[in-house]
Design a protein around this ligand. Structure first.
Ligand code: IFM
Length: 468
């Protein structure tokens, strides 16, 4: 196994773990919570493997004190969790549901009592259903509503939050939700997906402005992007062009407005057959230009591409067996290849060099912006035997990826922390409960939590870092 050189990690490095509301909370009809697009989607037959839903999930809504104790036992500095918008505003706008706010106040107090820094995500995919009924992210008003919701939460949780995240992986919200339709709300409309991406960018910009006006000076803002570490299959010009095309719609579509206040011109041009971009109003790109204090990076696996050889319409096979339009709108002439090497149970190639390369690429792109790894981790078929989960394969994955982070730091990347995905096994979206990412095993029948060997390994690594 790779030995992680803890000396590579600077003072004040945040070691933590991450979760998201719909994936762990359950209690979907309690505390005044309204329905979200994931309630609707998961209750629609055929959308989620085995018909699983987030109705109960890890029952974290009730068991959060026990889960915070687990975090404390691991010795983490930070915990990244998301706030369910439909608990705060059950229909996405209008009156505040105080029971919902109270829940998160208790959670935050519970973290602070345990000396754990809260890292909040305001939107991790659970759009209030009422807003989807009104048009969803392709509709401009959703961005305005998101800013309103952000300021409600900002005013209440104020200075108790270490890092405020606006959106988690807006690429997934836009392109899995509205183009390939494998995520809620399950629409398959390429133009709508591009409008959704724009309104997510706008939502980030407006929410950042709203948050900065209610939060104390010095509040740290972030956005978590699942940046694609794209590798062309060869140096041939056509494959390099394919990689650039994927980079535009996988990364540039968010990085451009965020850091440059402009969409990449090549993206706008190439996608004109799909949309006239009329939803980008005058002044919008400046509104989206809300640079963050620290950039959240989620990394799991690299993306290997080449120009399509021969025929094909860009359909990709989905885990459920059926074929789907590619979520990479405008990349129907690109082939996505399986990178070499072992895979996790998601089918994702394990390649820690992708994380090092990605961190260096981000550093090159925005040299003055520090990075927080807001997600990294792996799903494996874990089983409890004699009260133990011997997940050595996850330990190897984590050790290799943390070693890669260490190398990136040594090469000059300002990485501020690592938030492992995930604290608990949980509802893995369209895969339901069939994929386990947790440091802690969850028995969904009994809700018994069993820390896996990787949890103790992570605890010992953090302890070793503190003693260095
Ligand atoms: O479980 C998800 C998480 O919600 C967002 N990022 C990727 C994880 C693994 O698929």
């Amino acid at each position: 196994m790779t030995e992680v050189d803890v000396a590579a990690f600077p003072d004040g490095f945040l070691w933590g773990a991450a979760t998201a509301a719909y994936q762990i909370e359950g209690a979907v009809t309690e505390g005044g919570r309204g329905p979200s697009i994931w309630d609707t989607f998961s209750h629609t037959p055929g959308r989620v493997l085995a018909g699983d839903t987030g109705d109960v999930a890890d029952d974290h809504y009730h068991r959060w004190p026990e889960d915070l104790d687990l975090l404390q036992e691991l010795g983490v500095d930070a915990y990244r969790f998301s706030i369910a918008w439909p608990r705060i505003q059950p229909s996405g706008s209008g009156p505040v549901n105080h029971a919902g706010l109270d829940h998160y106040q208790r959670l935050v107090e519970g973290l602070l009592e345990r000396d754990i820094t809260p890292v909040v995500t305001l939107y991790h995919w659970d759009l209030p259903q009422a807003l989807e009924d009104a048009g969803g992210w392709p509709h401009r008003d959703t961005a305005e509503r998101f800013a309103e919701y952000a300021s409600i939460v900002g005013e209440v949780l104020g200075d108790r939050i270490g890092v405020w995240g606006t959106l988690n992986e807006p690429w997934c919200s836009a392109f899995l939700g509205y183009a390939s339709g494998v995520h809620a709300p399950g629409r398959t409309d390429r133009a709508a997906a591009l409008a959704a991406a724009h309104h997510l960018n706008l939502g980030h910009g407006l929410a950042s402005q709203a948050l900065r006006s209610v939060l104390p000076a010095g509040a740290q803002l972030t956005i978590a992007l699942n940046l694609h570490q794209i590798r062309p299959a060869s140096d041939a010009e056509e494959d390099l062009a394919a990689a650039h095309q994927v980079d535009d719609v996988g990364n540039g579509i968010f990085l451009g407005p965020l850091f440059d206040g402009a969409y990449p011109p090549t993206l706008l041009e190439r996608l004109r057959p799909v949309t006239d971009w009329a939803f980008v109003r005058d002044g919008d790109e400046a509104r989206c230009h809300a640079p963050v204090d620290v950039l959240g990076v989620n990394y799991y696996t690299p993306t290997l591409v080449r120009r399509r050889r021969g025929s094909g319409d860009g359909r990709v096979s989905h885990a459920h067996g059926e074929s789907r339009a590619t979520p990479f709108v405008g990349c129907e002439d690109v082939e996505f290849l399986q990178p070499p090497g072992d895979t996790t149970t998601m089918g994702w190639a394990i390649d820690a060099t992708g994380l090092e390369d990605l961190l260096l690429a981000v550093h090159h792109r925005v040299p003055d912006v520090p990075v927080l790894i807001t997600e990294n981790g792996a799903a494996f078929d874990d089983v409890v035997e004699d009260g133990r989960v011997r997940d050595t394969v996850r330990i190897d994955y984590l050790a290799d990826h943390l070693a890669a982070v260490g190398r990136a730091i040594e090469r000059g990347v300002d990485v501020r922390g690592y938030l492992l995905w995930s604290l608990l096994d949980n509802f893995e979206w369209s895969f339901g409960y069939a994929r386990r990412f947790g440091l802690v095993h969850v028995d969904y029948d009994t809700q018994t939590r069993t820390p896996k060997d990787s949890a103790w390994w992570y605890r010992d690594l953090i302890a070793r870092y503190r003693q260095r």
